[in-house]
Write a protein that binds this ligand. Sequence first.
Ligand code: RIB
Ligand code: CA
Length: 322
Amino acid sequence: MSEQTAVPLYLDCDTGIDDALAVGYLLASTKANLLGIGSVSGNVSAAVGARNTLDLLALAGREDIPVAVGAHNPLAGEFSGGAPHVHGANGIGGVELTAATHDALAESAAELLIRLARENAGKLHILAIGPLTNIAKALELEPNLPALIDHITIMGGAALVPGNITPAAEANIANDPEAAAAVLAADWDVTLVPLDVTMAHVFEESHRQELLEAGQPMATALGGMLGYYFRFYKDQYGRECSAMHDPLAAAIAVGGIELGTAPRVRVAVDTTNGPGRGATIADLRRRHLGFPDQDGARIRVVLTLAEEFSPHLVNTIIGSNN
Ligand code: RIB
Ligand code: CA
């Protein structure tokens, strides 16, 4: 696929180990044309996330892709301090990347998104793999944003499975429920990639070894980060492996992987202060009829894939799919 036919993308992320894998995937995929990246506080602060992203781009020799620092705090409240127990103190599992010599843009992530949306009116795809603060701010700054965007893919939520940060809520939504509610209520076509599907596609130690054995700088760095990530997930799966949330959303955004069950239904976000705060309430009551689409609904909730994801991820990053 040429750069002209590849999906023009704005990526919004909280880089983060699985965010780094998503960046590695998108840089390697011929189906993605990464036009800009914004950072947001989540796994790490927005400032650290931008720095990690710049370093990854430098590792790949892609300093041409602009990076903008986004929101430090969610719409309500303050940044909680991130998830060093999951992603390490530096957000990338303690792996030391060579520091990039280029800097983030002066404009904010929300401003970068709006500019790219205007420059690519009707074509730009948003891929959001962190809390949705920047996207909500962009909607506030440019209410016409949905008309300028082709599609938005979001890693977040839990439809029929438990959350991962509370029993009810997934981290990206729970870190800014007000932003998520605004983004899911906006007038655009959304693909939501929740824990239902991301927890089901496990990245095993054998896949990590394939990355490490490829002898490529990006694959080696990502394999090193996964060593840290696997320690957290050992508690969840009982063995050295991990979920692969953000790269899975990246692959779906660019059409790299085929969907299985993915109904279009209405989804609300719990913004109360009770135990359900941050839950995504997807209307899947018709599951016994095979998950039909709901009339007028614009949120496709991906529940399963039609194929295995981890081999596709490894092969794309090390170049065997290209
Ligand atoms: O719940 C998983 C999501 O939260 C991923 O995007 C991960 O990077 C963290 O941000
Ligand atoms: Ca993320």
